[in-house]
Design a protein around this ligand. Structure first.
Ligand SMILES: *[C@@H]1O[C@H](CO)[C@@H](O)[C@H](O)[C@H]1NC(C)=O
Ligand SMILES: *[C@@H]1O[C@H](CO)[C@@H](O)[C@H](O)[C@H]1NC(C)=O
Ligand SMILES: *[C@@H]1O[C@H](CO)[C@@H](O)[C@H](O)[C@H]1NC(C)=O
Ligand SMILES: *[C@@H]1O[C@H](CO)[C@@H](O)[C@H](O)[C@H]1NC(C)=O
Length: 627
């Protein structure tokens, strides 16, 4: 077995003798290691400027004790940067390296959360739980990717049993911790490995990441899903849906002269959770065949909410799944999963091809009869399964996140009218990925503000085909009022799709004509849908984000880099929605370039701050960048 050794270009003994080592053979990029009593300070410079500082090897005397353990620290050059790799076969080892948040430097990427701070250095993450796709932390997208405003990105190797602790145990630090603890089971080694890539700015660094680690979509969702609204029964009716309720919902939409679009029958349509058959009892969906026919006659595409669970009392499906070994089990052999609708349930193990096919075949049956067009695939995170999940079919170093990947890949075979909500290394799939459920409020606590920050987080993680959640939120605690619905619709106008559940004409105000304003922006979205589709096609071709942060076109502009309440569509449209309750104006920042006002046609020359752009309730501030 190897002893823990620091390897720098084979200079095996250099590290004991010297207090510092430097690697400088890449053009303009240098890495310096300064040894301390415990650990070492790592600093990277680019063209003479420090662009990254971290402390590596926490709690370890790198020069002495390390040598007594079995393991290796190997820092090497890679094109455009460096690779740091710790590796040991001592499974009780905890490896920890922390990046320092430097003043004025911003970070992007990281996990999706309900409190979606942007830039990322404002977020706190308690690293006592693993950094995996999990509902507990609302990590439905949690790539191993961090990008800084100085043009550095860090990509952690997916085989690292990763925990991330940020602004928590160590203030102002982003810590990567590796340990072979649940849910990372059956490991033969502990590694903490990451690449640090250095480019001239954040945009160049991100494009390098797209080309080398994140990937880009192979196609995009159906244009009809972009152009026409999606109408879902969920927020308005919750579980109280029946044949007549769904039909009334559809008729109300048509009566208001809205385009039909996609009508989604959400929870609860199933006989029991996991049966994948309609509940055809008298007060539910006894007439589902004719309901679907009528919906189609009204021009709707009909989609159905589905999930990856089978409740234990949902027989005979659960019995069949148990008999065939299709459910995730833990090391004790228990298959008991829990989710929001089932305390005694099972999670289908999509890492087994026969189990995935068993699930998919039942969905295809629903497509034949009653004629469902596509599905809204919910959940997919790893922690609903019994913990720690055992996955015999997998490369053990990809446990547990590969469950989510296999699930989402199973979903994607259902074509370009579907949506999923989780993703792990699945940026290439040509389908919509929905933001996690939003709440009906204005703020950082999962409200309207986070519609923008979540959009940016997903785009910078390589997921550009973003389906915003329902306009006005889900109404779980508070209900949306007319002002929130109007401002939410406006903020959503230049995002890829518009999804309603609360019907705009049901929620009115004495002060303004809310239904009329909402309709105006739904029409504007439809009118601009060609630009959205062009941006999606560009994402397919080049990997550029569909809705990037505004620094995308000004990657060295400090104001643009810090901006969290504006976004772009492609590279030509800048959107600055009003997201504060009661506000009738807002500050707008336009980066370098010549701009024309989307409302008035007025010309501006950036960089420019407009201190108070007038935006009464019927105005969305948006701007066109002239070539
Ligand atoms: C260090 O890493 C480099 C690049 O990954 C590899 O080629 C080399 O074999 C490693 N050295 C040791 C001693 O493991
Ligand atoms: C995740 O979401 C739930 C439900 O909205 C919330 O109660 C919880 O605080 C969130 N957890 C974290 C760590 O953000
Ligand atoms: C819908 O269109 C019809 C026919 O043009 C019109 O009579 C009706 O008033 C419209 N309804 C609404 C709510 O705009
Ligand atoms: C912006 O407009 C100014 C003045 O009309 C012009 O001189 C400049 O070239 C334009 N810049 C760009 C990037 O088009």
């Amino acid at each position: 077995m190897s002893r823990l050794t620091l390897v720098l270009f084979g200079l095996l003994t250099l590290w004991h003798r010297s207090a510092a080592v430097e690697i400088t053979s890449l053009p303009d990029r240098a890495l310096i290691l300064q040894f301390e009593k415990t650990g070492a300070l790592l600093s990277i410079s680019h063209k003479g400027k420090t662009v990254l500082e971290s402390k590596i090897g926490y709690n370890r005397d790198v020069r002495n004790d390390f040598y007594e353990e079995e393991g290796i620290l190997n820092i090497t050059q890679v094109p455009h940067g460096f690779k740091v790799k710790w590796e040991t076969v001592k499974l009780d080892t905890e490896l920890k390296d922390c990046i320092t948040f430097q003043d004025g430097v911003h970070w992007f990427g990281g996990p999706q959360r309900k409190e979606q701070h942007w830039p990322l250095e404002k977020m706190k993450i308690d690293g006592s739980e693993a950094y995996v796709l999990k509902q507990l932390d609302n990590f439905s997208v949690a790539e191993y990717y961090w990008l800084s405003s100085l043009g550095v990105y860090i990509h952690v190797n997916e085989r690292t049993p990763l925990f991330v602790d940020q602004n928590n145990k160590e203030p102002n630090k982003l810590c990567f911790i590796a340990k072979a603890q649940s849910p990372y089971i059956n490991r033969k080694r502990v590694i903490l490995e990451y690449d640090i890539i250095i480019e001239d700015n954040a945009r160049k660094a991100h494009m390098h990441a797209v080309e080398n680690v994140l990937g880009k979509p192979k196609g995009h969702p159906n244009p009809m899903m972009v152009k026409e609204p999606i109408w879902t029964t969920w927020a308005k009716y919750k579980a109280k849906i029946t044949d007549p309720v769904v039909l009334d919902f559809a008729k109300a939409i048509r009566k208001q002269n809205y385009t039909a679009g996609q009508l989604e029958i959400d929870d609860a349509w199933e006989k029991c959770y996991g049966a994948q058959e309609f509940d055809t009892s008298k007060d539910k969906f006894a007439n589902i065949d004719s309901t679907v026919k009528e919906l189609k006659k009204m021009d709707f595409r009909v989609t159905l909410w589905v999930h990856p669970f089978v409740d234990n009392d949902c027989k005979p499906t659960s019995e069949e799944g148990l008999k065939k070994g299709f459910f995730v089990k833990n090391p004790e052999g228990s298959t008991r999963a829990t989710w929001w609708n089932g305390k005694d349930s099972h999670q289908i193990d999509f890492t087994k091809p026969e189990a995935a096919e068993w699930y998919a075949a039942r969905l295809r049956k629903l497509q034949k009869s009653p004629g469902i067009d596509a599905f809204k695939f919910d959940a997919g995170e790893t922690d609903y399964a019994p913990q720690p999940g055992v996955y015999d079919n997998l490369d053990q170093e990809l446990v547990p996140n590969a469950l989510s990947k296999h699930y989402v890949e199973t979903c994607a075979q259902f074509g370009d009218l579907i949506e999923v909500r989780s993703g792990w290394r699945t940026q290439s799939l040509p389908v919509f990925i929905r933001m996690i459920d939003k709440d009906s409020n204005w703020g950082i606590s999962n409200g309207l503000y986070t519609l923008i920050t979540t959009l940016l987080q997903m785009n910078i993680n390589g997921y550009s085909l973003v389906l915003p959640d329902m306009i006005g939120g889900n109404g779980y605690t508070d209900l949306p009022d007319a002002e929130l619905i109007v401002r939410w619709t406006q903020a959503n106008t230049f995002m890829p799709a518009m999804q309603f559940s609360y019907l705009p004409w049901d929620i009115t105000s004495k002060k303004f004509d809310a239904p009329k304003i909402v309709k105006k922006f739904v029409d504007l979205h439809a009118e601009k849908s060609d630009i959205i589709l062009e941006a999606m096609q560009e994402a397919v071709t080049s990997g550029k984000p569909v809705n990037p942060p505004i620094w995308w076109i000004a990657p060295e502009d400090p104001v643009a880099l810090a901006c969290d309440d504006e976004f772009l569509l492609g590279e030509k449209i800048l959107v600055a929605p009003v997201i504060k309750k009661g506000a009738t104006s807002r500050k707008v920042y336009l980066p370098d370039g010549n701009w024309s006002d989307g409302n008035s046609g007025k010309k501006y020359q950036g960089p420019l701050t407009i201190d108070s752009y007038s935006a009464p309730i019927d105005v969305l501030p948006w701007f066109i960048r002239e070539a």
